[in-house]
Write a protein that binds this ligand. Structure first.
Ligand SMILES: [Zn+2]
Length: 436
């Protein structure tokens, strides 16, 4: 009995050893090479492929081909030939850490009082929804207490599932905290005057920010005023300090005055911005300043204002703002200004990130031009055009599959994302559940 037991144990151990050896030897070779087949593939490099094969090794694209004989032996073949492939999309304006559940009876504005660790943990749901919408990279433009840096790093370490994040820490604000007896709000991004602007920019970079954000006008949530806050000298100081450290800067302006000075000071991107004057638009086209109009977030506010907790009565002004925002986008597009897609996703808007693309088509873009704002252009704005925003050799293997033709109908890219790969890992797959 004992001998039988022992031989069983040894037999089992030998079996385990064989398994371990087999997996140690075969895993890296067999599992890390993938060949993904698409019926059509728009690569954001100017080519629409038919029967494309994307060879992925580890987290990178090794080759794009239509020659089946080049599929390496042992590669895992993923057949998405029913679908159109696109590069993973990039949203250049999010607030990933400002995520709220729709807890019944609790307005979203009142849900943001948790300790940072809880906020970041809750934000994983918005991150997942963003990824499922086909957004594999975001530029996150404003968070408290460096929750964005924590989230970015958790995602990079594989501890949280979400899009690759480029973050700014605190956005720079002028003094704007109302007096409240007994309260001592953290200074965060508050900076007045050139020396403080320099200090706060440097503080964000020291904390690990990838990009700098500055609020050069009023306007947020249900407030659509656009009064300039920072003057030209302060804006120029922030731009130069960011650039000195190799960082780009995004400047928020709801109105034309902050926008005018931001563009003249050399901002890399202008966020929101209505009522742009012709000279500023011409200057943006000349300098290559990216315009990130974020038209759709005001639509989201109108759709969800009661759940968010805004006071009734703001709607007419917000509707008028949307019309002016669209008009500015229309003019800027006609003048040859470069656009990048930014949703300004916040609260429960995650997953609706790419609805902005439909506004771009309304503003006069073809669907292909709109797709470019969320791929090649966005990657250029991030300074990552060699790694992101295209399906090309050496780029990160960020790929999505959509059902239909996004080049004839932009809604296909917005609503029909069926499969998402980020860095060579399949993060969402609705192709199988679609079958029956
Ligand atoms: Zn924002």
């Amino acid at each position: 009995m004992k001998r039988i037991f022992l031989s069983f144990v040894f037999g089992f151990l030998a079996f385990v050893v064989v398994l371990l050896c087999a997996s140690a030897q075969e895993k890296p070779a067999a599992k890390t090479i993938k060949a993904i087949r698409f019926g059509k593939l728009w690569d954001a490099k100017g080519k629409l492929w038919t029967n494309a094969i994307v060879i992925v090794e580890g987290d990178r694209i090794k080759a794009v081909t239509s020659d089946t004989s080049t599929i390496p032996t042992g590669a895992e073949v993923i057949d998405l030939s029913k679908y159109t492939g696109l590069p993973g999309l990039i949203d250049v304006h999010t607030h990933m850490t400002i995520y709220t559940d729709e807890t019944p009876g609790v307005p979203m504005l009142k849900q943001l009082t948790n300790p940072p660790a809880i906020e970041v943990f809750l934000a994983r749901k918005g991150a997942l929804r963003t990824l499922e919408a086909g957004v594999t990279t975001v530029r996150d433009l404003g968070a408290d207490q460096y929750m964005d840096i924590a989230m970015r790093d958790l995602i990079n370490r594989g501890e949280m599932i979400g899009p690759r994040m480029f973050v700014c820490g605190y956005g720079l604000y002028i003094t704007n905290t109302p007096y409240k007896p007994g309260q001592n709000p953290p200074a965060g991004g508050i900076a007045d005057g050139v020396p403080e602007v320099l200090r706060v920019v440097r503080q964000q970079i020291a904390a690990g920010a990838d990009v700098i954000k500055m609020y050069a006008s009023t306007g947020t949530d249900d407030d659509t005023t656009g009064f300039q806050t920072y003057n030209y000298e302060e804006i120029k100081a922030a731009v130069d300090a960011a650039h000195q450290f190799g960082k780009k800067i995004a400047i928020h302006s709801y109105g034309p005055d902050g926008a005018r000075d931001a563009v003249r000071a050399g901002t890399d991107s202008l966020e929101h911005a209505t009522d742009l004057d012709d000279a500023t638009i011409a200057e943006m086209a000349k300098r290559g300043t990216f315009y990130v109009p974020t038209i759709d977030h005001n639509r989201y506010y109108l759709d969800n204002w009661q759940k968010i907790g805004y006071a009734d009565g703001f709607q007419e002004k917000t509707k008028a703002f949307i019309a002016r925002n669209l008009e500015a986008a229309h003019k800027a597009h006609k003048a040859g200004v470069k656009f990048a897609m930014g949703s300004d996703a916040i609260y429960t808007m995650f997953g609706e990130n790419t609805r902005e693309l439909a506004w771009f088509v309304k503003a006069g873009m073809t669907p292909e031009q709109a797709l470019r704002t969320a791929t090649a252009n966005a990657a250029e704005l991030l300074g990552k055009e060699k790694e992101l925003g295209a399906v090309a050799s050496g780029h990160f293997a960020d790929l999505i599959a959509v059902e239909g033709d996004p080049l004839s109908d932009i809604n296909v890219a917005i609503n029909n994302v069926r499969w998402v790969m980020k860095g060579g890992v399949v993060e969402a797959d609705k192709t199988k559940t679609q079958v029956r």
